[in-house]
Design a protein around this ligand. Structure first.
Ligand SMILES: *Cc1c(COP(=O)(O)O)cnc(C)c1O
Length: 364
């Protein structure tokens, strides 16, 4: 089976270096925050071209902490997309704020600025933009939209490690960017991990306090924070994985380019290509079809795994019985959720496996 992710192959390549890193942490006798976390934070800030990085326990917490550091809470509205991981939405609720769903662009799956415009109210504090599948697009429009409406721009970068727009890395366009290092992400830990990046020293300081019980100075708690500290063990492993991120991103782009050029079947549509190669880091490669169940079955018979990101729009989640949304509705996200399908696209795939996936799609 050609898998969506192949962690055993990853381990084969990295295990010696990982063991060295783990041993260093074990022998250091220091197991919460500390030097390893500082080191990884500096390295990831450099890789993302930001001035501050704050390591936290996971991507969900990174978003919640970012929102709270920006003063978003009770009574505030945050505009976001229904086509994302549930964590995006959950973080807004956890910060005490109210999410408002805007519709997406069918060509990319990304949030649509015109729909977002209809969602702006007096209570709107910001837009939480998701660089879905690793695609960073139209950032000039988003920056001027937020400026014109005097609201903040927040970036959910959980899928967009190292993706750039006009030479600027994701996470640099608004108040902060939230990263997840969940194992499947382009930069993955061996378990849960996340980080918030920002160029604003106040946001960085607030986030450092929020991840550590709302305390900047031991025993003094200025905020009701979380316990959301990045483990030094994960930080040490992430430092190893980060060394290969540029290379593995390039590999993903090569696979993405082959899929775009070579997958050709009248029953399958491609999403809009990124304007420039740097705009996409291919966390996921997604195709569209109105015969999805059949295609999935066909791929399975050809020994190719496929997964849906995402089959359920968040307006339909049982935990959110009523949610504010674009008055024109969310029809495009509904259609997208019925047709999108992710196919294997990870850096450990061989050329031959990529060819097999292409043949499997073309023979449908
Ligand atoms: C993975 C993901 C998250 C959540 O990250 P966790 O580390 O799993 O909490 C948030 N947003 C998006 C878009 C994601 O893909």
């Amino acid at each position: 089976m050609i898998l969506m992710n192949d962690f055993k192959r990853q381990a084969q390549h990295w295990i010696e270096e990982e063991l060295v890193a783990m041993r260093r942490v074990l022998e250091s006798g220091w197991y919460v925050l500390g030097e390893e976390v500082d080191k990884f934070e500096k390295e990831f800030a450099t890789a993302s071209n930001v001035s501050h990085c704050v390591g936290v326990a996971n991507g969900l917490d990174a978003i919640e902490i970012g929102l709270r550091a920006s003063g978003v809470g009770q009574g505030d509205e945050v505009i976001t997309t229904p086509m994302t991981a549930f964590a995006t939405l959950l973080a807004i609720y956890r910060a005490g704020a109210t999410p408002v769903l805007a519709d997406i662009d069918l060509e990319t799956g990304l949030l649509d600025v015109k729909s977002a415009e209809r969602c702006v109210s007096k209570k709107t504090k910001g837009v939480l933009l998701v660089h879905l599948y690793g695609h960073v697009a139209k950032m000039d429009e988003w920056v001027s939209f937020c400026k014109a409406n005097k609201i903040e721009l927040f970036e959910d970068c959980a899928q967009s490690h190292l993706a750039k727009w006009s030479g600027k890395t994701a996470g640099n366009f608004g108040s902060w960017g939230a990263y997840s290092f969940y194992p499947t992400k382009n930069l993955g830990a061996i378990g849960d991990a996340g980080a918030l990046v920002t160029n604003d020293a106040n946001i960085a300081a607030a986030s450092q306090s929020l991840r550590n019980y709302g305390s900047a100075e031991r025993y003094y708690h200025d905020r009701l924070g979380l316990n959301s500290r990045l483990d030094p063990l994960q930080a040490a492993l992430l430092s190893v994985h980060l060394k290969y991120l540029e290379e593995s991103t390039q590999k993903r782009r090569e696979i993405g380019a082959r899929y775009r050029n070579e997958i050709s079947n009248s029953k399958i549509r491609h999403l809009a290509a990124p304007q420039h190669q740097e705009n996409h880091c291919y966390h996921l490669f997604v195709v569209m079809t109105d015969r999805r169940a059949e295609l999935m079955q066909h791929l399975k018979e050809k020994d190719v795994q496929s997964i849906i990101h995402y089959p359920v729009c968040h307006q339909h989640q049982k935990s959110v019985p009523s949610i504010l949304q674009d008055q024109k509705g969310l029809a495009r996200s509904e259609k997208f959720a019925k047709e999108c399908l992710s196919i294997p696209c990870h850096p450990w795939m061989t050329e031959k496996e990529v060819s097999t996936v292409i043949q499997a799609l073309n023979s449908f």
